[in-house]
Design a protein around this ligand. Sequence first.
Ligand code: COA
Length: 371
Amino acid sequence: MSPFAHITGWGMAVPQRILTNFEISQIVDTSDEKIQELTGIRERHIASEDQSTASLAVDAALKALEMSGLRPESLDLIIVSTSSPEYIFPATACLVQDQIGASKAGAFDLLAACTGFIYALNMASQAIRSGSIQSALVVGSETLSRLVNWKDRNTCILFGDGAGAFVLQASDVPGGILSSVLRSDGSGGDLLSVPGGGSKHPTTLESVEMGLHYVQMNGREVFRFATRVMAQATKEAAAAAGFQIADLALVIPHQANKRIIDAAARGLEIPIERCMINVERYGNTSTASIPIATVEAVESGRLKAGDKIVFVGFGAGLTWGALAVQWSGPILPKRKVYPRSYLFWLRMRSLLLRVVRRMESILWGRDIPRS
Ligand code: COA
């Protein structure tokens, strides 16, 4: 029998700095009342100068590892889902791998915008279910505040920074991630994009003057698309796992706009109380929103072992998707691990690897054969 992929650890990290609607109304022509009416958002967290997508990801990842009792060096795979990576390359996942000391893990970034965490969970769980790996770390991390035009009231009211992480582990106990629905429609790619900085519009003085490095969005069209797909994807994922909608303890949707979540609840014919909502405090943290909402659902007692749930998201691409999950209790023997306590040694290890590489290059770098 193929193993099941269980979520055995979870963690979140958000910057301390909170930006309120009132503060945004000092920058652009808007108001707290209007933002709340249009989106349900009251405030969001914004990364400080010394924080980044990787640093938030590492923070969330360490919490998830502590929770699961899995040592970083036992990890087989790291996927970081992000639309605001540290660099175009190397992958943010590799920075995380180095900083947490996951010495045996493969690492890559996945870009499916706000649906990315769903895509990444599916990839990792399929690798576990096929038997090719035993464990994975999946992180959703964003600092979209760095890509937002703070003079554009259509977008700057929406986004916030943060990260969430899950540890996935193989077990023969039935449960965990049971089904998935992944969809895309690239014909809507222009509705939400960051056009500059890639190979189509490389960064130039002109591209920056045109603001191509900022998030550009057709809000109304994205709204219409989101309300169309959320309920449908939830139903498909639930049916594929053999769940009835009435059996779902909780639906954990992407937190973009309270009105979109309301529409999804109406489409599913479930009371809004069965949807996890925290968009009012974080805004849209893109691919981090589902794991952040999950951590808060567990911490507030709304999500318990054995519960049947669905994660559902949508985003740029266009992409959308859903996963049906039976939430895991403590299914594997837990040891205490303290990855945080050896962060200093991990930095030393990384430094040592760089020094060795430099020395090798000085000693033998000239010996590379040339044909
Ligand atoms: N502050 C104040 N007023 C605003 C405003 C803002 N930030 N944005 C729009 N308005 C005003 C408009 O000028 C308009 O005023 P009018 O009625 O006097 O003409 C009114 O509010 C409605 O504007 P509209 O653009 O139709 O709003 P909307 O209902 O579509 O809401 C969004 C705008 C952006 C909140 C909404 O379209 C949305 O959430 N879309 C999805 C975006 C999203 O989720 N993106 C991420 C995907 S992962």
